[in-house]
Structure formats: C-alpha cells, structure tokens
Design a protein around this ligand. Structure first.
Ligand code: GAP
Length: 519
C-alpha cells in the first residue's frame, strides 16, 4: 500500500472515532478483535444506508418483499447449506513474525502485485510515446508485459484448481514456488496450510453439556431460504419474486484487518430473487446492472468501481461477480451477485424432508426455483462512504487567513445530520429565535442545535460530520424573519426567509429524489 493511501486510511479511521462514527468495541478493555460499535453519527449514517438499500429493493420493486429472520437457526440448516463442512478458509502462519494469514489471500495479493507491475509498464510507455500510444498493441508486443501475463495465468490456473479440489498442499506449494513473503516481515518461513471453519458455535439450552450446538449465522441468506414457502404463500407472490433482508452475520475471520472492512460481527443486506430454472442467467444480468446503478447513483464516479468475475465459484453457484470499490487500500469487494442455482432450496428440501417447490400455473408443473442473490455488506458500504467523503481542503477563514478544514462530503440524502441551527451569539434573543426554528424542523429532518464556540468552529464541526446545511440566526433575523444558510461543499451563504428553510433542506437531502433516479 502506498504511504499516501495508508496515511489517508489512518486519518479516516481516527476521524471516524473522533467524530462519533465508529468506536472499538469494549474500548475501555482495549477492544475486541475486529468488532466495532457505531457512535451517534455512525448509527444515523448506517440507518440512512439501510433506508436507501431497503427502499430501492422493497419499495421500487413490487415483486420484492421483506423479512427479518432470527440469527439462531436449527443446526441442520448449516449441514444442509454446506457451511458446516465447507465454510472454511485455508490458514497459514509465518513462523518468524507469528502472524496468521489466509493462504488464498496471500496468493490473490501476489497476483494483484503482478497486475500492478503491468500497469506501471503501461503508464511508463504511455508517457514515453505520448499521443501515438496504442495500449493494446503495447500489451501484445512488450516482452515484459507478456511475461507478467503468463505468470498471472499460470498462478491463477494452479490456484483455482487447488481451491476447487481443497488441495492445501498445492496452496502451500504455490506460496513456495512464487516466493510469497510475509507482508509484514518479509519472511518466507511458513507453516503448512490448514482448514479453519469460520462459524461461531454456541450452545442452546440451560445445561451446557446436554445442550445442542448451534451457530451464529454466517450469512442472512439461509433465513430467507428456509422461509421461502412462508413468504411466498402469505404475501401471495408469484415467480419471479424476491425476498430482502438486512441483518447481522458472524464469521470468525482468521485475518481481520482494515478497520470495518473485515469484521467478525457485521451486517449484510441480502436479496434472494427466485426465478424459473433456465432463466437465472438472464436475471443475473438484470441484477448485475441494477446493483451497479445503485452504486453509481451515489455520485462517487464510475472509475471508483469495477466488476470482478469469480474464477473460483462457491459450491452453490453457476455464475458470480463482485462489485469492487477502490478503497484507500485498493479495489476490494463490496457486493456479491451470485447465481446460486436451486442448490439451497433443494438441500433444505432434502435435509428437512419437506417439499419446497413452486407450482407454476403457466407451465402447469411444480419445481424448485433457481435463485439469483445480491449480497452487500452494510459496514463495507459505510466504509466506502467514509473513504469517498473524507476531504481535506485549504480554505480562508473569516479573518482572511488560510486554514485547513476536513469535510465529509457524504451524499446529502445519507448525511447523519441534515441541518444545524446556530444563533450567531448567545444573547439578544438570538438563541430563543434559533430554538424556535430548531423545533420547527425537528419532526422532518435530523437537525442539531449548537450555541457553544465561535461560529467558525461550529461550521468546522458540522463539516467534519458531513452536515449539508447550517443556518445562522443573527440580528437581522429578528427584524425580517430571514436567516443565512451555508452550503457544506461550496461554503457559500445565502439569505433566505425562515419559511423556505425546510423546503431547501428537504429538496437537497431527499432520499426520495435519490431513489427516483433508480426507477
Ligand atoms: N450470502 C452470500 C454471502 O454471504 P459473501 O461474499 O460471503 O456472500 C457478502 O458476503 C458481502 O458481505 C460481501 O460482499 C461483504 O460486503 C460482506 N462481508 C462478508 N464478510 C464480511 C466481513 N467479515 N466483514 C464485513 N463485511 C463482510
């Protein structure tokens, strides 16, 4: 990771803590690995992200309904789904640094490193040849690039085969053959590769040795599958239709790093779309496009996203893509779109002994539906928004001096606080007037009132939280019922009548407007 991007990421993490977005869990006891709490502004942002996702799924699609299933499920669920036997990560330890890694991630990172070398070569050549540069031709003819490409091809081929065959020895061999080193210490002194199941186990019942082992769900999807018939029948749904759910999931991640990117307790927003067998790939393309548009609609720029096709498919899938976002530490998965075939429903049918089928009136027959899933991490979306919004700017303050400000340019509809109300000074009846406006706005939008500190410091504080608007009540307000309204991004101020404040704020921060673009 380049130093600049590491620095930016560090700043984002400390900003998130300092301004009440994210705290370490149990911080007074020095924290708990890869578990985090969301503070006063974090929880608002999180709720807004959920609203954006939920409404885009359940309100904008008449054939999608919601569900809130329990975290604990019958232990057979995880036998049927394959998680008990196959939800494993290959782990490897470095004997010198005593650090633990995922062998597959070490290999994937090695492939990415070679890709970066190719990008560097292309950039260098572009500079050398200027306007006449033909990238494709360069890639085809440069011996060095071709060498890198064949390396990638070779590693990928071996890697995919090893993962598919659960061949831990081969994974270890790849690490040795390509001289993959510990990213921290540079050491090549590795242990063997072992499998590690990611599910958290606990006991159900009061007497622990007699009680049954149950698991904290590692994905919310299974709660949807086991409720397929309940939902289909009670909501009178016909195929194709979807079930959406937001909820906690738990994974005992081997390597939990990068702040809230990889957590042991996290939240997923998942939608399972049930379709006729044979139509799944058409719907897969449909959902790929829909989900791409949902991201682009946030306005961060298309260049910040890319699709990544899975080389190794999960045991249940016949097609899978990730949407990746360019975090400060590189392009990483934020969402998965998977064609899961009829695997899950068929498995639950087999393990429960209950028929899980849909009668298709048009075809006049029953079958187990196929499923296309969209699965996005709420916490990763949160981190994406923090990363994209964090901006440092040089500005001129009220006294004409330059100073730097940190502003969170969060999309206004998702901003934790929509507007702040300030009296210019703490006297002359200004606080009373400001509180009147504060009360007026409260039922409509998340608004805060602040009278402490200089007006400049109050603006800075709201910038740091990402509040799109601040209004200031001054002496003129008492004469003509107008206030100044300041825009977070441009810092421009305008005078408007108090009666227009709500309208201006609601228009610019409207979730409805954001959703309308997706229709
Ligand atoms: N039901 C399919 C499923 O769970 P996944 O790719 O394992 O698929 C889906 O997870 C999404 O959940 C990921 O794209 C990611 O955003 C999020 N996610 C997975 N593991 C996570 C973790 N340990 N911490 C935070 N988010 C995670």
């Amino acid at each position: 990771m380049a130093t600049q991007t590491t620095d930016k990421f560090k700043k984002i993490i400390s900003h998130a803590k300092e301004y009440g977005f994210v705290f370490l869990s149990s911080e007074i006891y020095d924290g708990l690995g890869a578990v985090y709490d969301y503070g006063p502004y974090g929880v608002e942002l999180k709720n807004n992200i959920k609203e954006y996702w939920w409404k885009s799924m359940v309100y904008l699609h008449e054939n999608i309904v919601g569900l809130d299933s329990a975290i604990f499920m019958h232990p057979k669920v995880w036998e049927a789904s394959g998680h008990l036997s196959a939800f494993n990560d290959p782990l490897i330890d470095n004997k010198d640094s005593k650090k633990r890694y995922r062998a597959d991630v070490l290999i994937e990172d090695q492939i990415e490193k070679i890709r970066e070398k190719i990008n560097k070569e292309v950039k260098k050549a572009k500079k050398r040849f200027g306007d006449s540069f033909d990238e494709q031709k360069f890639i085809e003819t440069s011996q060095r690039v071709q060498k890198y490409l064949s390396q990638i091809e070779e590693i990928t081929k071996r890697f995919v085969a090893a993962m598919e065959n659960n061949d831990l020895k081969e994974l270890r061999q790849i690490i040795e053959d390509y001289e993959i080193t510990d990213p921290v210490s540079g050491s090549k002194n590795w242990t063997e590769v072992r499998q590690f199941n990611l599910m958290f186990e606990t006991k159900l019942g009061s007497v622990s040795d007699e009680a049954n082992s149950i698991y904290l769900r590692p994905e919310t999807a299974q709660g949807i599958f086991v409720n397929f018939l309940n939902v289909q029948k009670t909501a009178r749904m016909s195929l194709p239709f979807g079930i959406a759910q937001i909820g906690k999931a738990f994974r005992n991640e081997i390597v939990a790093r990068q702040f809230i990117f990889r957590m042991r307790e996290f939240e997923q927003m998942e939608m399972q779309f049930f379709v006729r067998p044979g139509e799944e790939l058409k719907w897969f393309e449909y959902w790929k496009e829909k989900r791409w548009n949902w991201h682009i609609n946030l306005g961060f720029g298309e260049e910040k996203y890319r699709f990544h096709k899975h080389d190794k498919l999960a045991h249940y899938a016949n097609a899978a893509y990730d949407i990746e976002y360019e975090f400060p530490f590189g392009f990483k998965e934020i969402e998965g779109i998977h064609s899961r075939t009829d695997y899950d429903l068929s498995q639950h049918q087999k393990f429960s002994g209950k028929k899980i089928q849909y009668f298709d009136n048009e075809l006049n027959k029953s079958y187990v539906p196929y499923v296309v899933e969209t699965s996005i991490g709420l916490d990763r979306t949160f981190l994406m928004i923090l990363s994209n919004s964090y901006t440092e700017e040089e500005i001129r303050n009220e006294k004409g001096q330059t100073e730097s400000r940190v502003v969170m340019k969060i999309p206004p509809a998702l901003a934790p606080v929509k507007i702040a109300v300030f009296p210019l000074v703490k006297k002359d009846g200004l606080p009373e007037k400001a509180k009147e406006i504060f009360k007026l706005l409260k039922p409509y939008v998340k608004v805060v009132y602040e009278e402490k500190d200089s007006i400049g410091r109050r603006y800075r504080r709201q910038d740091a939280i990402g509040t799109p608007y601040c209004i200031t009540v001054d002496h003129q307000t008492l004469e003509d019922e107008t206030v100044t309204i300041r825009d977070r991004d441009t810092m421009e101020q305008e005078r408007i009548p108090i009666t227009e404040v709500l309208d201006v704020v609601q228009k610019k921060t409207s979730m409805t407007e954001l959703l309308k673009n997706l229709l």
